[in-house]
Design a binder for this molecule. Sequence first.
Ligand SMILES: C[S@@+](CC[C@H](N)C(=O)[O-])C[C@H]1O[C@@H](n2cnc3c(N)ncnc32)[C@H](O)[C@@H]1O
Length: 120
Amino acid sequence: MVEPAQYSLFDNECKKNVSSLLNEFAKELKNISGKCMDIGSGPGDITKEILLPFLDPNATMIGIDIMEKMVKYANETYGDGKRLKFEVLDIQTKSLPEKYISKFDHIFSFHTLQWCNDIR
Ligand SMILES: C[S@@+](CC[C@H](N)C(=O)[O-])C[C@H]1O[C@@H](n2cnc3c(N)ncnc32)[C@H](O)[C@@H]1O
């Protein structure tokens, strides 16, 4: 199983990809506020250090990941319980909990959807 801290140490390529993509849309992103989700947030480093700084300071973010270990590490290392927190969720679930339905203004996802068999 992937160790979150190790993943975080060796995800430089991912960080570069995400930074370069977000830079392309920097002007639009700074107006993004409200409740946001990052699907497949992994150890949380990219969510906290790269994605959040691009957004309006009032934007809040929930990072979700299927791996409990990633979510625990992300909450302990980057979560603040207010602007940024992380929760366990399988985005492919057939029964999405009520608290996630129509509750988000913006959804992001990096390097994750290719792991899903059922994108719909
Ligand atoms: C390659 S990592 C990407 C992490 C980070 N977003 C990045 O860009 O480096 C993919 C993450 O997606 C998560 N993941 C895979 N399938 C998922 C699913 N069905 N629901 C939620 N998360 C999932 C994995 O546990 C892993 O942490």
